[in-house]
Every structure is written in structure tokens, then in C-alpha cells.
Design a protein around this ligand. Structure first.
Ligand code: IPM
Ligand code: MG
Length: 359
């Protein structure tokens, strides 16, 4: 029995709707397992721009720092797309990652049995199932490197810098190896060491850390090849570790082969396993406020929170099992709808998951 403080950031678009359903799920877990979750709602993204003039108010960072974990819906929308780079809602995400030291981004791409029909790959390719854990470095590389513009002989030019320090690579490598150890003991490192110096250092460090994990099988793919292999033979990958930039791209690709971006959760962790948890889909402004969004990715993000930050494995399994049961029963939100299934909205999906949660 324990008491946990959770900062919630509903954000923009469908964010508020899916966070509401997830808070209910956590409250039910609290009742069943005897924990209390204390929620404090804070602003980030477009709504924060509208209300305070900035995408990530200081107060939000402060509340997050004082909490045990953060639950985020989504940020962004057309309305704010015209703003300059450093004033856009997306700045809130990057700012939170940086300010909270969330360097380890876990993005599981799992093909649920009940959703096999949604997988865009040929059935024989996905036959063995898909269960890939992408471990993306989240506070370094080009996203946070030096950037700028200058005049050159060819006219105006702009640059972004990819730079990784040994310690930055080592800590994400340790995260990945530790995960691999608990899974199928197979880790694939993804880099571009045939071209980039930063990738060569990255790989050196991965190989160094590998010495501490003799029971984990390590292999390496260049990012271009990885993009290919992941759709050629997804079943042969388990944990994949890569840089911030490559991980951004590879995780979108991996999510798409599960056919259901509305299903996939994520965790962004710091060195103490404090974490921010969010669905990997965006704010979907086209369906916002219409009770159409799939709350499952956010609900599964809460399960990741229970597992990775709170160490409550049974509670996390209870949520995952409830989601599996609901999918099996044939209910679907629009994004995962297929022939013969029953279409439901955000609230009804949330209610059904809640009903299935058992101790
Ligand atoms: C993600 C998103 C973000 C990123 C954007 C919104 C800044 O694409 O979380 O993958 O590029 O990291
Ligand atoms: Mg992305």
C-alpha cells in the first residue's frame, strides 16, 4: 500500500478526453489494490500558450518535479502551427524531457492478437507476432545539439549538430541491456557508424557496456537497414537501442506495423526511474472533443507507470489484462475498427476497460 503523486498534463486535442479515462483506471487500481493516487493537473502545449503565453510554464516543471510521475495526453494543433520554433507546443515536450532529465524513452510496439487484422504486413510476415521494445535516447543528439543559421557562398544555411558524450551513451545502453536481460536477452543496436563519427563513438560505448552483459546477444544494424528489416522480419527483433533522431523515426515505423497507433504507450525515464508517460500518438485535432479517440494507448501508459516508476507489476498486469479482454470481446474505437466488430467511443471504451479490471 502506498501513496503516489501524479502530475497530469491533459494538453491539447484529444489529450483531455484520454487522460480523463486513464485517471479513472488508476483510481480503480487504487481501490482494488489499496493505493492512493493524488492527481495535480498542470498546463503544457497549446493550451498553456493560450492561457499563459508560453508552451511550458515554470509552474508545470515545478509540479512535475515534486510528483512521483507524470501522465501526459498530447500537445499541439493547427492553431499553433504558425508560431516560430521555440514558441510551438512541441517545445513543451522537449522542455519537459530536458528539465526532468528523461533520457530513456521506451516505446513498445506490440501486435495484439485480437488486432492482427490491423497489421499492414503480409500475414505470413507477422505470423510469429510482433513485440519490439524501442529504447530511444531522448535528451541528446541533434534534438539538443548546437544549431543555427549563417550566410554562406551558397546563400543562407542552417545546421543542427549530432553530438553524443560517452556517459550519455553508456546510461542509455545500460537501460537497454537491463531491459533485454529481462526479456529475450537479445539487443539490436541501431546507428550509422559507417558514416557518422558520433555513431562510431556510440557503437564503441555499446560494445564496452556489452562486456557487463555476457548473457545478452548483441547485434548491430545501420539505421537504413534497420528501417528495412523491421518490416521484412519484425518477429526477429526484441529490444532495439538507438539515438534520439533515429529513434524518433524508427519508433513511428514500428508503431505502424502494429496497425494501431492508438494503442501504443511510452515511458520516458530519468536515472531514478522517475518518468513521464504518454501515448505515442499525437493530439489528433480532427477528432478532438467528439468522443472518438482511442484511450487505450494512454491507459497502457499508466500501466507502464505502475511497472517502471512505482514497481507495481501486478497492478500493471491488471490493466493490460483488462485491455486484452476488452479487445477480445470485439469492441473497437474507430482507429482499430474492422468488419464484424462493435464500434464504441472514448468514454465507452474507458468504461469497458474499467469494468474488466480485476485484482
Ligand atoms: C515524438 C514526437 C516528438 C519528437 C515531437 C512532437 C517533438 O515526434 O515524441 O516522437 O520528435 O520527439
Ligand atoms: Mg516522433
Amino acid at each position: 500500500m502506498a501513496n503516489f503523486k501524479i502530475a497530469t498534463i491533459p494538453g491539447d486535442g484529444i489529450g483531455p478526453e484520454i487522460v480523463v479515462e486513464t485517471v479513472k483506471v488508476l483510481e480503480k487500481i487504487g481501490q482494488l489494490f489499496g493505493h492512493t493516487f493524488e492527481f495535480t493537473e498542470v498546463l503544457a502545449g497549446g493550451i498553456a500558450i493560450d492561457k499563459t503565453g508560453e508552451p511550458l510554464p515554470n509552474e508545470t516543471i515545478e509540479v512535475c518535479k515534486k510528483s512521483d510521475a507524470v501522465l501526459l495526453g498530447a500537445v499541439g494543433g493547427w492553431k499553433w502551427d504558425v508560431l516560430p520554433g521555440d514558441k510551438r507546443p512541441e517545445r513543451a515536450l522537449l522542455g519537459l524531457r530536458g528539465a526532468l532529465g528523461l533520457y530513456a524513452n521506451l516505446r513498445p510496439a506490440v501486435l495484439h492478437d485480437a488486432l492482427k487484422a490491423a497489421c499492414p504486413l503480409r500475414p505470413d510476415i507477422a505470423a510469429g507476432g510482433i513485440d519490439i521494445m524501442i529504447v530511444r535516447e531522448l535528451t541528446g543528439g541533434m534534438y539538443f545539439g548546437d544549431r543555427g543559421r549563417k550566410q554562406t557562398d551558397l546563400g543562407e544555411a542552417a545546421w543542427d549538430t549530432e553530438m553524443y558524450a560517452v556517459d550519455e551513451v553508456r546510461r542509455i545502453a545500460i537501460t537497454a541491456f537491463e531491459l533485454a536481460k529481462k526479456r529475450k536477452k537479445k539487443l539490436t543496436n541501431v546507428d550509422k557508424a559507417n558514416v557518422l563519427e558520433s555513431s562510431r563513438l556510440w557503437r564503441e560505448v555499446i560494445l564496452e557496456v556489452a562486456k557487463d552483459y555476457p548473457d545478452v546477444t548483441l547485434d548491430h544494424l545501420y539505421i537504413d537497414n534497420a528501417a528495412m528489416q523491421i518490416i521484412r522480419d519484425p518477429g526477429s527483433y526484441d529490444v532495439m537501442v538507438t539515438t534520439n533522431m533515429f529513434g524518433d523515426i524508427l519508433s513511428d515505423e514500428a508503431s505502424q506495423i502494429t496497425g494501431s497507433i492508438g494503442m501504443l504507450p511510452s515511458a520516458s525515464l530519468n536515472k531514478d526511474n522517475f518518468g513521464m508517460y504518454e501515448p505515442i500518438h499525437g493530439s489528433a485535432p480532427d477528432i478532438a472533443g467528439q468522443d472518438k479517440a482511442n484511450p487505450i494507448a494512454t491507459i497502457l501508459s499508466a500501466a507502464m507507470m505502475l511497472q517502471y516508476t512505482f514497481g507495481l507489476d501486478a497492478e500493471a498486469r491488471a490493466i493490460e489484462n483488462a485491455v486484452t479482454a476488452v479487445l477480445k470481446s470485439g469492441v473497437r474505437t474507430g482507429d482499430i475498427m474492422s468488419d464484424g466488430m462493435k464500434l464504441v467511443g472514448t468514454k465507452e471504451m474507458g468504461r469497458l476497460v474499467l469494468e474488466e479490471i480485476k485484482r
